[in-house]
Design a protein around this ligand. Structure first.
Ligand SMILES: *[C@@H]1O[C@H](CO)[C@@H](O)[C@H](O)[C@H]1NC(C)=O
Ligand SMILES: *[C@@H]1O[C@H](CO)[C@@H](O)[C@H](O)[C@H]1NC(C)=O
Ligand SMILES: *[C@@H]1O[C@H](CO)[C@@H](O)[C@H](O)[C@H]1NC(C)=O
Ligand SMILES: *[C@@H]1O[C@H](CO)[C@@H](O)[C@H](O)[C@H]1NC(C)=O
Length: 625
């Protein structure tokens, strides 16, 4: 067994669910681009650089510019105080900075803010090139995501050569950065893989993966449908060493008797989801891809994963098999086939799908071992740079043989038309002519719409309901209503933003209302000698003799009663005014609490999520400073 699992990671039991990856001995490959010095003539030549793990490398392209080296603050650790670097010839500036004292990413950020088109960082020791990585802590400040220029590390010696030439100053140092060979482009089709995880509770790393899948879906599906790409999703699995098969940790984090494991999402064995749940969902996602691929619709994986995240998220405690099955069914996939592919997770047998995953985790050819999530591999070369839609598209496009690029590589503007087919699996109501399916460059999204000023709310997949002002116009807001003669009475109120309430004179729950017989129930018209007659939604009351009935007071008065004459209308008037004010305050209060809940919902989508990581950092040929 040990040899089969050579590449798989081992689950650590002694350190409470933290994980080891066996890749301490594994291979890490530094992806390179080349730099050619064009002028001055005496230092002309070609050099290697290591592409950084942040920013947007110009895959498939080149960038020509003039090297500048700041005379002050050359480590780039503090902002250049609003200074904008410009070359004498007006060409793009390639800023050269020294390694050390702060994160690589911060240097690139400061360079970008001072007008640099690219940043080169010169190593401060003699060593082979390393990959400049993203600092973990600064993800919350958000600057790393905003770096859109390319950066690369060059070795110390080449850095010295450039600095001396720049400081001499007699001639501009003119170089060309070249990423054309950074991704191989052997043929008309690009093969790429994405190593991910179905766990959505690991903080920034998980959010990054989910956002990427959502944003890249549209591009991925167009490329896959047209046969330009062959995409394969992958999931890292761990295994339990034999000696620990019976341990609580392995029992809760592994399936198939310790063969396939994933870390506990909360790193707490007594609460929440177990590692087992994650392995099973990872397996399901692999099987969804397999089954879809067999019917030549491999792109359905992107729909499944995004829908699963929206409908079955861990955060909302909906991460379950039932929920996953609903998503599979809504996408029109054969559930039986997916289950067959998944096999029995309790059995003491190998699972062919997961066994394959453990095998391919080991690096082959130009690709190193996969040890960190997320990892994107294009034509068997690990992608460097930010995991973002346009940056990744650029890298894929660089993988096509020249002049074989599909048109999305040239325009970037796309429509998917997925709503035309089975309404994209989203909610719709034919009779109202309302659909939750929206075609976007990200592929279709299921989102309750706002139609003719009427706002719908719900999950967008199985239900949308009209809410807010205007809801009564749609099916009377789901509330009771009835028409008799020319009179229609409804339990939906435009002034209440949700719910139904039987109007005055009726009782019931708002979905069913019945007229109150005020006479029979002795609610009104109980004055001496009065005759009561029930009406729909009210009653008529006649006083004896020629007394006059006053409805508000439920009493009879003498028509000529001068002693009451002056205060009664006043009393009635003040009651009306009082009721009006109370109603207004009530309406304002309801509106406020409705708005508050809306704002909370919006805010919660932007709240920074906690940022802990499941992976122990393995020994790597990369660094953040
Ligand atoms: C795990 O969760 C339980 C129940 O919520 C809690 O009492 C315990 O302190 C947690 N343990 C750790 C290590 O967080
Ligand atoms: C998907 O199908 C193609 C052939 O249609 C096959 O070559 C490829 O290996 C399949 N991918 C997976 C992951 O099964
Ligand atoms: C349905 O709505 C769309 C746009 O919202 C409109 O173009 C179409 O004509 C409508 N169809 C019917 C049958 O009302
Ligand atoms: C569609 O809307 C109509 C009118 O509001 C309603 O009667 C019907 O039940 C709805 N159909 C579905 C499937 O929601």
């Amino acid at each position: 067994m040990a040899s089969v699992r050579r590449g798989a990671a081992m689950l650590c039991h002694l350190c409470a669910a933290a994980l080891f990856l066996s890749s301490v001995t594994g291979r890490f490959i530094v992806e390179r681009s080349s730099i050619r010095v064009l002028r001055p003539v005496h230092i002309k030549g070609r050099h290697e650089s290591a592409i950084a793990n942040f920013g947007i490398p110009n895959y498939g392209g080149t960038l020509r510019g003039v090297v500048l080296y700041p005379e002050k603050g050359s480590n780039g650790c503090s902002p250049f105080d609003g200074r904008q670097f410009r070359s004498r010839s007006g060409r793009p500036v390639i800023l050269l900075l020294d390694r050390g004292d702060c994160y690589f990413a911060l240097k690139a950020w400061n360079g970008q803010n001072s007008g640099a088109a690219a940043v080169l960082i010169a190593d401060n020791m003699d060593e082979p090139l390393i990959t400049m990585d993203t600092p973990e802590e600064s993800r919350d400040d958000g600057y790393v995501e905003k770096i859109h220029i390319p950066s690369a590390l060059i070795n110390r010696e080449f850095g010295m050569v450039l600095k001396i030439a720049v400081e001499k100053g007699s001639e501009e140092v003119f170089v060309s950065l070249d990423w054309r060979e950074s991704i191989p482009h052997p043929d008309e089709r690009v093969e790429y893989e994405f190593w991910t995880n179905s766990n959505d509770e690991c903080g920034a790393r998980c959010d990054e993966q989910v956002n990427f899948v959502q944003n890249f879906k549209g591009h991925a599906q167009i490329l896959e449908r047209a046969g330009y790409t062959q995409f394969t999703p992958h999931y890292i699995t761990w295994y339990c060493p034999e000696a620990f098969l019976g341990s609580k940790q392995c029992m809760s984090q592994c399936i198939n008797h310790g063969r396939y494991c994933a870390p506990d999402p909360e790193q707490n064995f007594t609460e929440g989801y177990e590692g087992k749940d994650v392995v099973v969902e990872n397996l399901r996602q692999l099987c969804v891809h397999r089954v879809a691929n067999e019917s030549k619709k491999s792109w359905v994986w992107w729909d499944y994963v995004t829908d699963f995240h929206v409908r079955c998220s861990m955060k909302e405690k909906k991460y379950s098999q039932e929920c996953a099955d609903d998503v599979i069914k809504s996408l029109g996939m054969p559930l039986g086939k997916v289950k067959e592919c998944m096999g029995d997770s309790e059995a003491d047998v190998e699972n062919p799908v997961l066994m394959k995953e453990q095998e391919v985790q080991v690096g082959r050819g130009s690709r190193g071992d996969v040890t960190i999530l997320p990892t994107l591999v294009v034509n068997n070369v690990q992608y460097r740079g930010v995991l973002e839609r346009t940056a990744v598209l650029k890298a894929l496009c660089a993988g096509f043989k020249e002049s074989n690029e599909p048109s999305v590589c040239l325009s970037g503007d796309i429509e998917t038309n997925e709503c035309l087919e089975r309404n994209g699996g989203c909610w719709q109501n034919f009779s109202l002519n309302v659909t939750a399916c929206k075609d976007t460059f990200r592929g279709r999204v299921c989102e309750c719409p706002t139609v003719n000023g009427i706002q719908y709310q719900g999950d967008g997949y199985v239900s949308c309901k009209a809410v807010g002002p205007g809801r009564c116009a749609v099916d009377n807001g789901g509330c009771w209503s009835e028409t008799k003669g020319s009179r229609t009475i409804s339990a939906c109120s435009e002034y209440e933003l949700s719910g139904c309430r039987c109007p005055f004179g009726f009782h019931g729950n708002g979905y069913n209302c019945e007229d109150i017989d005020e006479c029979k129930e002795r609610l009104a018209c109980q004055c001496d000698g009065c005759s009561c007659k029930n009406t729909w939604g009210g009653f008529d009351c006649m006083c004896k003799g020629n007394l006059l009935y006053i409805k508000g007071e439920d009493t009879c008065i003498d028509k000529n009663a001068s002693n009451f004459g002056w205060w009664l209308p006043l009393l009635i008037l003040s009651c009306v005014v009082g009721a009006g004010i109370a109603g207004y305050i009530f309406y304002k209060y309801r509106l406020r609490s409705y708005m508050d809940s809306e704002i909370m919902a919006i805010m919660s989508q932007y709240m920074p999520l906690d940022n802990h990581h499941n992976e122990e950092q393995p020994l790597r040929q990369d660094s953040t400073i």
